[in-house]
Design a protein around this ligand. Structure first.
Ligand code: PEP
Length: 254
């Protein structure tokens, strides 16, 4: 798969700010080795659709409802995201697992709805610090992957990218080491192999997220089996995001 950089803007910018952000980003993007997805807040998706038209950037959403339609005040459906032009959607981010109590069942429902609406899914998995300290990294990743992908057909995996996001590395300024990232990637691929097949495990896209920045991207991009990165805080500076894209394009190995 093409190398991926997913920029999760979270709830950091208004639409006016996003407009200026995209204006400053687009001319700096000279390389098409990496696909950049801008995961925008719902209210900025329409703006994103117009501004990204004619660029190689992909439009992403940060969440979707676990119901298809109906009396769900304040929620946004997969069909609505597709209709507004979103191509990808993040599911299972730790901020939603913790704050909005999203569990494996909810995440599995969201993935099925996203796929039904022909949205690509960026599924986030990763262990907490407590899991890490009690040597449960691999088992935590395996159970999160199992729960999330339950009941899917193998051919649906081509529309899923799994992000290894150790909870302790998100927004903390402490990125995982190359060894830790490679362990996470292997654990994800092993879980996919157990649930589907060796071929599926080799082919599925796996990216890393957790305090990726301009300083550590060269090292992170050297991780074996890594198809990309998910960037939070650092993507808010368009210059830093471009640096990350360029460094990743030059460094990732299979
Ligand atoms: C994230 O929230 O998924 C993330 C990777 O954030 P940060 O880059 O800020 O750690």
């Amino acid at each position: 798969m093409k190398k991926q950089v997913v920029a999760n803007l979270k709830m950091n910018m208004t639409s006016s700010e996003i407009k200026n952000y995209i204006i400053s980003l687009a001319p700096k993007y000279k390389d098409d080795k990496v696909e950049l997805t801008l995961a925008l807040p719902y209210v900025s998706l329409e703006l994103g659709r117009f501004m990204l038209d004619g660029t190689t950037f992909a439009l992403g959403a940060q969440n979707l409802s676990d119901e298809e339609r109906g009396a769900q005040t304040g929620e946004i459906s997969g069909a609505m995201l597709k209709d507004i032009g979103a191509q990808k959607v993040i599911v299972g981010h730790i901020e939603r697992r913790v704050k909005f109590k999203e569990n494996g069942k909810t995440i599995n429902k969201k993935i099925k709805i996203a796929l039904k609406n022909r949205l690509q899914v960026v599924l986030c998995v990763g262990e907490s610090l407590t899991d890490k300290n009690s040597l449960k990294t691999i088992s935590t990743i395996a159970s999160q992957v199992d729960e999330a992908l339950k009941g899917l057909y193998e051919n649906e995996l081509e529309n899923i990218i799994i992000a290894y996001e150790p909870v302790w590395a998100i927004g903390s300024g402490k990125n995982a080491t190359v060894k830790e990232i490679e362990t996470g990637i292997k654990a994800i691929r092993k879980a996919v192999e157990n649930d589907f097949s060796k071929k599926a495990a080799e082919e599925i896209g796996v990216i890393y997220g957790g305090s990726v920045n301009a300083k550590n991207i060269s090292q992170i991009s050297s991780c074996r089996g890594l198809d990309g990165v998910l960037v939070g805080e650092a993507c808010l500076d368009s210059g830093v995001l471009m640096h990350i894209m360029t460094a990743f394009a030059g460094g990732a190995k299979k």
